[in-house]
Design a protein around this ligand. Structure first.
Ligand SMILES: [Zn+2]
Length: 434
């Protein structure tokens, strides 16, 4: 064994042994997948589906392919995606899917001869206990933070998960009907800005009683991340117009002061309660979005004005990964997060990690979030992350940038310890890392 293979083998073994704290997933309760007939086509809620559309598949064909209720047979569903599959199996999403399907279901390739058998094995596997098998036994993920959408319970299964709710809808009401929905959800009368603020705060505090780990801001999917400081009187004027609006006749420019005011207020409330903010920056999943809206440097004023709030900046801000590094270098309260990036591109993940290790203090880099709707995806993306982390750290040792001892220590910081500290998580399974 050469010196280099010895080093890589030792690092690989150490990285495999780390019980990961996964900063970001969208995995539903296990009962959701056990209570239905499952197939390969369930795995197109996101990612590969977006690449299929990008490759030329029509939206209608995609919906017919992935919907279990379209009345199509498995063969018809395969026929819809088959023309485009050769073009997307080569992307990061496609490669990750091929790998995790092979690892978990022992099907070496996805093609016309295997999709039916793969579907059968997926359906057989989706039984109670599957989450423990995949997340704990195979992926060695100690805990994963999962997003909960408005209306979803934050009382997630604590063996695997901690909830991170989205409260953006307290900032984004565009009509009186939206306010009515908030009244129903919160149980509070919302006739004034002060009442809207009370409803937002009460909702947050109710979630905190259930042990949430952070609050998520998802707004880069629909608007710029520039949240300006707005006097309360200006926000109240927008609220009053909104309260009188029976139909959607207010523009984003009309609504922005209220959105900015309420989002900044949420950040302040979370900060007072010691909760970090997870914020979507960079690439938006899906097709046809505006990347400039999601540029992480739009958040600079928030990092300055809320120095006591810790911001977990998602997805490395890809493609603005260097800007994310500069923000994390500038501001003690900014934590750059590689969540999703290993699935988008292992190469981007590797060169970003190389750069961040050199630019960002080691206690701040968050090295893994699977960002999947499926435990299978979390497993697959974690495998990519372990491989990339091992490679990058081994390179750094060979370049005499790190000692081998430092590389082992840094691996644990990246995949576990930094997230455990930021989110104040104690291990669910006592998973110890060195
Ligand atoms: Zn996500």
């Amino acid at each position: 064994m050469t010196q280099s293979t010895g080093l890589r083998a030792r690092l690989r073994e150490a990285v495999e042994a780390i019980a990961i704290i996964d900063t970001h997933e969208h995995i539903p309760p296990e009962s959701t997948i056990c209570g239905r007939e499952s197939s390969f086509f369930d795995f197109f809620e996101h990612y590969v589906s977006s690449d299929l559309v990008s490759a030329g598949m029509s939206r209608q064909a995609l919906e017919e392919m992935r919907s279990p209720n379209s009345g199509k047979t498995l063969a018809q569903r395969w026929a819809l995606m088959a023309p485009y599959w050769p073009y997307v199996r080569t992307t990061g999403y496609g490669c990750a899917m091929l790998d995790y399907m092979a690892d978990l279901f022992d099907i070496d390739d996805i093609n016309v001869h295997t999709y039916a058998e793969l579907s059968k094995r997926i359906d057989e596997a989706h039984r109670p206990g599957w989450y423990r098998t995949v997340l704990k036994d195979k992926a060695n993920i100690d805990l994963a933070l999962v997003i909960t959408w408005p209306g979803q319970s934050v009382a997630v299964d604590q063996e695997f998960f901690r909830a991170v709710p989205i409260l953006d809808h307290y900032a984004t009401s565009a009509t009186r009907a939206d306010l009515d929905t908030l009244e129903a959800e919160s149980g509070c009368a919302i006739q004034t800005l002060d009442q809207l603020m009370d409803a937002q705060e009460q909702r947050l505090d109710r979630f905190i009683e259930h042990g949430i780990a952070a609050v998520k801001i998802f707004l880069a999917y629909q608007r710029t991340l520039q949240f300006d400081r707005v006097p309360k009187a200006d926000a109240a004027r927008v609220f009053d117009r909104l309260w009188l609006s029976q139909k959607l006749d207010l523009t984003f420019a009309d609504l922005k002061p209220l959105q900015d005011f309420m989002t900044r207020r949420l950040i302040g409330l979370a900060g007072e309660r010691g909760l970090p903010i997870q914020v979507h920056t960079g690439l938006q999943e899906g097709n046809g979005n505006v990347i400039e809206n999601a540029r992480p440097t739009h958040l600079t004023n928030l990092f300055m004005e809320f120095p006591d709030v810790q911001f977990d900046v998602f997805h490395a801000g890809y493609p603005y990964t260097s800007e994310t590094a500069v923000l994390a270098k500038n501001f003690p309260n900014v934590y750059p997060d590689l969540s999703w990036v290993h699935a988008i591109s292992p190469t981007v993940a590797a060169h970003t990690l190389h750069e961040w290790i050199e630019t960002v203090p080691a206690n701040k880099i968050l090295g893994f979030g699977g960002d999947s709707n499926y435990v299978e995806g979390a497993f697959g993306h974690a495998r990519v992350a372990r491989r990339v982390t091992t490679q990058v750290l081994a390179d750094k040792v060979e370049q005499h940038y790190l000692s081998e001892e430092e590389a082992h220590w840094l691996a644990a910081r990246l995949l576990r310890e930094n997230a455990a500290q930021l989110f104040q998580l104690s291990a669910s399974s006592g998973g110890e890392s060195t």
